[in-house]
Design a protein around this ligand. Structure first.
Ligand code: HEM
Length: 442
């Protein structure tokens, strides 16, 4: 039987994205731009972080730091201090994500206009749920990503890295992001999740197109592109899960789908949200670790030499790269009650932005913080994987992939040369390279 849509239904369906964009992007974009011109630090960070050269971004971090352990900007509080960021992320006085309380008009309008497909920062995404639901979702996926489980994937990851390098012409200019950094993590996570090889490029394309979904203030065009990618990703994932239910394999998603069937696991939408986030987070960030890491090692040949002399420093080198140029710049929390952070009063329902990248350069914790030093004793104290309940589920996997990816590349091509023309991605919360031209054997 075909269902006939009433004209008003079509109108409502068309109005919803416009309302979503208006409230979520157009309005904040206009307001933040004005505030940024007046020097508001949060507005500058949110609107400019993709355009600022690295040195200017670090100066902005210094400005935030100079304004106190927790700075009250026009629309949110901001912290760049390492202890304050850790306190924020581990405190029970905050929930993850941003947004007005549920009973406010704006929240009701946003709920009305919400899309019916997955969004990485909309419930039931792990990133924005809290216990008891968060505990339930996370418990089902945690064991696949423990340090020990990840070590079992190391040999296969090395093989993938070599296979990718085998396909690159070593004596001609190539884009390392396209040929290596993006393909290594997507191949690994796709194997963990049971995504067939022929679908990986499509998943990568959709993930890359959807990456700005974490950012605020998108233009209408960007918003439409991101929205279409999220919708297509949602459709693809639903089909993929149906397929795995009918043809289960030895992979995480088949196990999750089975747990759901047993009635002990997740609902359909929870399963899709958890699977979608693990998949997308599994490659959209590690690509940045590889690109940022290659650049740091290339630009610091002395450090590469230290690694050559003593390869035991490689794991620490990955943490040092994560500290100096982290793939995720910041995250935010909303206060559940009146509280304090680093002794500064924060009222109920206030948004506090923890600038992870700035906390990693706190001179009270990291000596000479701007220096890239692969032997730094406390490199691992960075907050690039966040902290507390939402600490990155894939941290062990990302560390292993970072180490294998960087080491295999530099062991095989010790004279690798980066060429002019590198460009940063146009994302603001995620920070990495869009293009990294290089010649492997100059
Ligand atoms: C270098 C690479 C990576 C970085 C820098 C990174 C960073 C982060 C950060 C900062 C968060 C927490 C955000 C917050 O507190 O609001 C997070 C959460 C998460 N990450 Fe990663 N990530 C990386 C790789 C991965 C990988 C490979 C996976 C695949 C399993 C993954 C899966 C997740 C998931 C599922 C969450 C949500 C956890 C929760 O909310 O409980 N990440 N990641």
């Amino acid at each position: 039987m075909t269902t006939v849509k009433r004209p008003s239904e079509g109108l409502v369906a068309r109005a919803k994205p416009v309302v979503r964009w208006g409230i979520g992007h157009a309005l904040p974009r206009t307001v933040l731009r004005v505030a940024a011109r007046r020097g508001d630090l949060q507005a500058r960070l949110v609107t400019d972080s993709d355009r600022l050269p690295t040195t200017a971004l670090h100066e902005l971090f210094d400005d935030i730091r100079r304004s106190g352990p927790v700075h009250k900007a026009g629309f949110a509080h901001l912290t760049a201090a390492h202890p304050a960021v850790r306190q924020l992320l581990t405190s029970n006085d905050f929930r993850s994500g941003v947004g007005a309380p549920d009973d406010r008009l704006i929240s009701r309008v946003l709920r009305w206009s919400a899309s019916d497909y997955l969004h990485p920062v909309a419930p039931p995404s792990l990133l924005v749920t809290e216990p008891p639901d968060h505990t339930r979702y996370r418990k089902l996926v945690t064991r696949v990503f423990t340090v020990r489980a990840v070590e079992n994937l190391r040999a296969r990851t090395e093989q993938i890295a070599h296979e990718l390098l085998d396909t690159i012409e070593a004596d001609r200019p190539v884009d390392l992001v396209e040929t290596y950094c993006s393909l290594l993590p997507v191949t690994v996570i796709a194997e963990i999740l049971g995504v067939p090889p022929e679908q990986r490029r499509r998943v990568l394309e959709l993930g890359t197109a959807a990456a700005p979904s974490l950012d605020m203030g998108l233009s209408w065009r960007q918003f439409r592109t991101v929205d279409a990618a999220l919708a297509a990703f949602d459709r693809w994932l639903a089909e993929h899960l149906d397929h795995l239910r009918a043809n289960p394999g030895d992979n995480l998603l088949s196990q999750l789908a089975a747990a759901r069937e047993d009635g002990v696991g997740l609902t359909d939408i929870e399963l899709k949200a958890t699977a979608g986030l693990v998949l997308a987070a599994g490659f959209e960030t590690t690509v940045n670790l590889l690109g940022n890491g290659i650049t740091l090692l290339h630009d610091n040949p002395g450090q590469l030499e230290v690694l050559r002399q003593d390869p035991a420093h490689w794991p620490n080198a990955v943490d040092e790269a994560l500290r100096v140029d982290p793939p995720v710049l910041l995250t935010a929390r909303t206060s559940l009650r009146h509280t304090t952070v680093a002794g500064v009063r924060v009222p109920k329902d206030a948004v506090v932005v923890g600038v992870l990248a700035a906390a990693n350069r706190d001179a009270d914790v990291f000596e000479d913080p701007a220096r890239f030093d692969v032997t730094r004793p406390n490199a691992r104290d960075h907050v690039s994987f966040s902290a507390g309940r939402h600490y990155c589920l894939g941290a062990a996997l990302a560390r292993m992939e970072g180490e294998v990816g960087l080491r295999t590349l530099f062991d095989r091509y010790p004279n690798l040369r980066l060429l002019p023309g590198a460009t940063r991605r146009a994302t603001r919360i995620l920070r990495g390279y869009e293009r990294l031209p290089a010649v492997l054997k100059p």
